[in-house]
Write a protein that binds this ligand. Structure first.
Ligand code: PEP
Ligand code: MN
Length: 337
């Protein structure tokens, strides 16, 4: 971090600033020029509040050289992280993970039938929303606690780990038998929730916010990791742009950007990214080619009658075909990464 001081910086204020910086355990290199004085900070500056520095009278500008995230940073952890989900499933380098299931859990039969189908096609994790973040309060809000019970039933009957979304901290006790807790796009910056999930020992699927930058996504991952839970899986699910032809715009470049910046696994959600069932296949294949570690796909056995997101849900038959194609493509490109 580089701090440029104002020309007329008061000596007492400067000494005070240096004392404060020393207490943050960073080394200070001072360069005193005829026009301005610069402080170069060496060491871990991730816990220094840049806005606080910028607000000081004697400071002209501050430039961060190092990223503000540490635990998620590949610089401090060069090897790719592989997250153990349990039940023999891992997510991260060396394998391509397919997570599939309906947008929402609707009934015991629906979730168990889809679980059986997607497992037979090669999915190793079942998705299904119980608590649904809906734009309208009049839309189906999910089966809530009962939805989690039905997912657990599918998990036991079919033998497949489950991922489902938490919307509020008060729901956490219901997630004991959930294998991966999803933090949805709308909660990516619910910092109290992230902090609480940092204190538990369970994989977290963190989805990128609708208008969040990649750095903001990584800072949210950092919130979880700073608490001690380093089992974070990142998910790009499309961002808001001016384009309206698709529900969101799938930022596939997030895959190579994230791969450079972090060691955490990165998966793609082509369903929420495009909002169109026919677009799920091409964007899934593109995600494989871009170097993603997996996909999370909405699959429904009766899309026209789905209680949520039917327009973007593919059928088990389409998923089966896609899973085969993804496997073929992954085998062709995996040595390239
Ligand atoms: C979901 O996966 O069901 C979901 C609501 O996704 P997102 O948070 O990405 O909108
Ligand atoms: Mn959905």
């Amino acid at each position: 971090m580089i701090i440029v001081l104002r020309k007329d910086a008061d000596k007492a204020q400067l000494d005070h600033l240096k004392d404060w910086l020393n207490s943050k355990e960073v080394e200070i290199e001072q360069i005193t020029g005829s026009q301005s004085t610069v402080l170069g900070l060496v060491g871990d500056t991730s816990h220094i509040d840049i806005e606080l520095l910028e607000a000081l009278d004697i400071v002209e500008s501050v430039k961060r050289i190092q990223e503000p995230y540490k635990k998620a940073n590949r610089k401090f952890h060069p090897a790719d992280s592989v997250i153990d989900i349990g039940h023999g499933v891992k997510i991260g380098k060396g394998r391509f993970t397919l997570i599939a299931g309906p947008c929402s859990v609707e009934s015991e039969k629906q979730i168990c039938d889809i679980a059986r189908d997607v497992k037979a096609s090669g999915a190793t994790v079942l998705r299904g929303g119980a608590f649904k973040p809906r734009t309208s309060p009049y839309s189906f809000q999910g089966l809530r606690a009962n939805g989690i019970e039905l997912l657990q039933e599918a998990k036991e009957k079919v033998g497949i780990p489950i991922v489902t979304e938490i919307m509020d901290l008060s729901q956490l006790p219901l997630f004991d038998n959930v294998d991966i807790i999803q933090v949805g796009a709308r909660n990516m910056q619910n910092f109290e929730l992230l902090k609480a999930l940092g204190k538990i020992d369970k994989p977290i699927l963190l989805k990128r916010g609708l208008s969040a930058t990649i750095q903001e996504l990584l800072m949210s991952a950092e919130y979880i990791m700073a608490g001690g839970n380093e089992k974070v899986i990142l998910c790009e699910r499309g961002i808001r742009t001016f384009e309206t032809a698709t529900r969101n715009t799938l930022d596939l470049s997030a895959v190579p950007v994230l791969k450079e910046k972090t060691h955490l696994p990165v998966i793609i959600d082509p369903s929420h990214a495009t909002g169109i069932a026919a677009m799920v296949k091409p964007m899934s294949l593109a995600a494989v080619a871009a170097g993603a570690d997996g996909l999370i796909i909405e699959v429904h056995n009766d899309p026209p009658h789905a209680l949520c997101d039917g327009q973007q849900s593919i059928t088990p038959k389409m998923f089966d075909e896609l899973a085969g194609q993804v496997g073929t493509l992954y085998n062709a490109v995996k040595e390239m990464y």
